[in-house]
Design a protein around this ligand. Sequence first.
Ligand code: ATP
Ligand code: RIB
Length: 307
Amino acid sequence: MSNKVAILGSINVDTTYHVERFPQPGETIAALSKSSAAGGKGANQAVAAARSGAKTYFIGKVGDDNEGEFMLESLKDEGIDTSCIRVDHGHGTGTAAITLDANGQNDIMVYGGANQALTIDDLKGTDSVLDDVDFLISQFETPQVVTTAAFKEAKKHNVTTILNPAPAKTIHPDLLKYTDMVTPNETESALLSGIKLDGEDSMVKTAKFFASQGVKYTLITLGSKGVFYATPEGHGLVPAFKVKAVDTTAAGDTFIGATVSQLHKNLDNVEDALVYGQRASSLTVQQMGAMPSIPTGEKVREALDRD
Ligand code: ATP
Ligand code: RIB
């Protein structure tokens, strides 16, 4: 059975420039090709959850422009409830310029636009969503003050709050107080905790740091090495699937959305959910683009059955 999930987050249109190698500062190089696709950390996570069967709601903002219309349609086509997506008349829909080199490495530059214009006022009308869902997920591509207010409210509705602190930046002082689970990658983890990751002991220490801030569950994603998890019951490392990555854009987003679509609220199936989420992201990294590369639940299960 899949969960009911709300995502408060970013909506972007991504343009990917395929290059042989990254330019040096001040250098101009020719792109080999260019492609455009739906993206944004929030939107990718919502699509990952929805494609794995979760009932999914989105809380966010687009501009009053073609990109905004395209993104609203893209999310609706996935069966995502978009009734809490506002339209901003002063800022354009978020965009991201992604440079992807021949080794599958990427650099991303984001224009926040309407995402950054989201306000606490825009949360009006989200009570019925919080009444319905099991989990609320947010990231750092929309204002943290809005996430903090939404998480505070979510706790009153017995919703489990999940913070994906990406892209890496310093955190609003109150946000962790209302966060049940934090899901950084290695860089984000070190920035938030001040603890350099160099083995399992440092991850346990990091989880203890987050617990001291009121966060019950920690998941640290380790790229091709897998995921470390810590709950009050214990901790462990679940390895990633060995695949040839061509474009890792949205690997982390797929992992979070797919994992949360399967996770029990008491986390008693955490290892199974992490295997599922990582199987999903192992499929994402083998395809180009953000949203187009996110697998359906059917594809994830087929891959799991083959293992
Ligand atoms: P991104 O910013 O690239 O979307 P991230 O930094 O948020 O990703 P990662 O830790 O790189 O997150 O990846 C999330 C999960 O995706 C990993 O835990 C792993 O399961 C899977 N993954 C990422 N890269 C690879 C890879 N090269 N091979 C297999 N699985 C991968
Ligand atoms: O995590 C990948 C996403 O980051 C891209 O889709 C891009 O829009 C940026 O937000």
